[in-house]
Design a protein around this ligand. Sequence first.
Ligand SMILES: [Fe+2]
Length: 200
Amino acid sequence: MEKLQRPNNIHHQAFLCRDAEQTRWFYEDIMGFKLVAALDFESSPGSGEPLEYMHLFFEMGNGDHIAFFDIPDDVGEEKFGYTSGFDQHIAFEVETLEDLDNWKNHLNDKLGWASDPIDHDFVHSIYFYDPNGLALEITCRDKDYEKIMKEDQRKAHNNLKLWTEKTREKKESKVGSEKLQERGLDRKELIKRLKVSGLV
Ligand SMILES: [Fe+2]
């Protein structure tokens, strides 16, 4: 790893959306992000196969983005159910607890629901959803964040080791030890699944 530079930040995370304009409403008008690209494509970037889609980029305060694909031929309500935050969620960060409270009131007012702040010790968070069913969070660092994280970091590798020991048997019974041991890509599976994107 010595010659590799650790990536700096998340340039973008991309998701499928139901509708470009509905998604623009949410990320610009409700979240205050800036629409910085709305690219209209006629073909798949890898394979060149015909594919009508729009790729949208919204910029947040530090220059990171959240991105979406609107693919009319692929749209279907089953893709936009509310996701469980345990499956995946995106957390945006604000600076103060007062900001967090203002966001809670704003989202409650505009969307009809946002959770009350939850105290996670190192951060305080509220939870809500975008129109595509993505679980979202706004989080604010606790005043003791540095101290708490320093302690968490000190214990992290050992905690992970203990966790693996504790849960290994159950995991093996669920997915098998071969999958747990995997440390590379399953090329055959990759080709099978991604042929359509033209990336492999
Ligand atoms: Fe989170």
